[in-house]
Ligand binder design. Structure first.
Ligand code: NAP
Length: 466
């Protein structure tokens, strides 16, 4: 038999994970001229879009319009969606190897990094990722509980996820009611008694990971005043030298925005959002029942490493911050997939340019690839995954041209579908998803909201008449 990639014998590709990267990998594969590719996109959830549905903040609706481009990819006649089918459980690596020439893992980064300080697991200390999944209606997290009856909250980290969490906590119920936030989260946040939210950065304003539109948005909240400690947004000598050496407009603008906040006076809004810099939690403090009641912070100073990067170093100055709720937002982390080589240190699949590598020989595992956060780590915006997936697809096509593809025993599209039907009779197809989507939008419209999400898998299947 000749090389796959013809009408008679299409190249059969399984993509695991229907987030942005899954679509960004499918798209160039389906557009190839001269190579006929069939794509089956698997997701363990019945719904597609990954982080665009379950990570992007509900008050950032515009960003979600990228799903129109995903739906275009999905409309291709050689594309299929197998929703609600979990890799490693419903279908195994051996199953996929028997049915596909190539497999691409695009499962993102599904868990959180840890801070590594005592008290991290006290009640009331949560990973930000869990809160994000909760307010976005992720079926696995919809029953999580957060005590919003406390007055003060700390969010550790100053990346865009930390900003999302702080902003959602500070939004008024009216602002949230215009979004597609999960209905139970809207109710809980409506009853929130939170008065003060602290964002805690371990380095200075010039090193803050958040981007300028995001920090600007925090200064425009309807019912929360923003505050910074003036001394903390003055550049220290090391940062000043670094900015002068590499003048970067975005960084200078960021510092300027923050220094502007330092001049603001409270305007009488009901909540206060305080952005702190050069502080690190060294311990979370609990009461007798194991609930978090505060944190001990050390003040940091910056020093230059040999590469010139500025890193925080603890001083002997400490302070305590009384808080009843803590969100740790110090980065996401990838989760290993059963049977797929993993780099534990980096939390990514072991790979080179997207080719999965055998851990012993460091040679590519024929027919297996990866893209997105599980390939390179949790950085960048949604669009960053497009060139990342394109690099992987280039490797896939190069390998195909060299004849380095798997020879599956059952390469027919019908065989893969039969397998899925047998393992997961209630799987969700793209047509099913489109139907769910319309139902959600209609339910939302009735309430003047962009959509009202289904947040339980049974609810979704019920709506489809299963
Ligand atoms: P991130 O941008 O990498 O930020 C992580 C933050 O955690 C940094 O401030 C980091 O400080 C801090 N941190 C790490 N370890 C820490 C420790 N032990 N103690 C205290 N602080 C610590 O990650 P992210 O916020 O999770 O976001 C992930 C990616 O998604 C980013 O690329 C982000 O821009 C993107 N995203 C974008 C949007 C948007 O465009 N609106 C929204 C959400 C997410 P250091 O810098 O000192 O390491």
């Amino acid at each position: 038999m000749g090389k796959p990639g013809t009408t008679e014998q299409p190249l059969r590709v399984a993509i695991i994970g229907a987030g942005p990267t899954g679509y960004y990998a499918a798209d160039p594969l389906l557009r190839q001229e001269g190579v006929v590719v069939e794509v089956d996109l698997y997701d363990r959830l019945p719904t597609p879009y990954g982080l665009v549905r379950l990570g992007v903040a509900p008050d950032h609706q515009k960003i979600k319009s990228v799903t129109a481009a995903f739906d275009k990819v999905a409309a291709h006649p050689r594309f299929r969606f197998f929703g609600g089918v979990e890799f490693g459980k419903d279908v195994t690596l051996a199953d996929l190897r028997a049915h596909y020439h190539q497999i691409v893992y695009c499962t993102g980064a599904q868990t959180d990094r840890r801070m590594g300080v005592p008290g991290e697991d006290l009640q009331g200390s949560h990973p930000a990722t869990e809160f994000v999944a909760w307010y976005n209606g992720h079926p696995d997290y919809r029953d999580s509980q957060f005590d919003l009856s406390v007055e003060r909250v700390a969010v550790v980290g100053v990346g865009n996820v930390a900003v999302d969490v702080a902003r959602i906590l500070c939004r008024s119920a009216d602002e949230l009611a215009k979004t597609d936030i999960a209905d139970y989260a809207l109710q809980a946040l409506r009853a929130s008694r939170i008065k003060e939210v602290y964002l805690l950065g371990r380095r200075g304003p010039a090193q803050a990971a958040f981007t300028n539109p995001e920090i600007r948005e925090l200064g425009e909240l309807a019912d929360a005043d923003i505050a910074v400690v003036p001394a903390e947004v003055e550049l220290d000598p090391a940062s000043r030298a670094s900015v002068e050496k590499n003048p970067d407009r975005a960084t200078m603008k960021k510092v300027e925005i923050l220094q502007g906040y330092a001049l603001r006076k409270p305007s009488g809004k009901s909540r206060r959002l305080v952005v702190r810099f050069l502080v690190s939690p060294v311990e979370l403090l609990g009461d007798a029942s194991g609930r978090v009641v505060g944190m001990r912070l050390t003040q940091n100073e910056l020093y230059a490493t040999p590469t010139g990067a500025l890193q925080p170093r603890a001083t002997d100055r400490f302070e305590e911050l009384a808080v009843g709720l803590v969100f740790r937002s110090v980065g996401y982390r990838g989760v290993p997939l059963p049977g797929v080589p993993f780099n534990e240190k980096w939390g990514v699949i072991l790979n080179e340019k997207g080719r999965v590598l055998d851990p012993d020989t460091k040679q590519p595992v024929v027919g297996e690839y990866t893209a997105g956060w599980i390939k390179r780590g949790p950085s960048g915006v949604i669009g960053t995954n497009k060139p990342d997936a394109a690099e992987t697809v280039e490797c896939m096509l190069e390998d195909l041209a060299q004849g380095a593809v798997r020879a599956p025993a059952q390469p027919a599209a019908a065989a893969a579908e039969a397998l899925v039907r047998q393992r997961r009779p209630g799987y969700v197809s793209y047509a099913d998803w489109r139907q769910l989507n319309e139902l959600e939008v209609a339910r939302g419209r009735a309430l003047g909201r962009p959509r009202l999400k289904f947040t339980r898998v049974e609810e979704m299947l019920g709506a489809l008449g299963r």
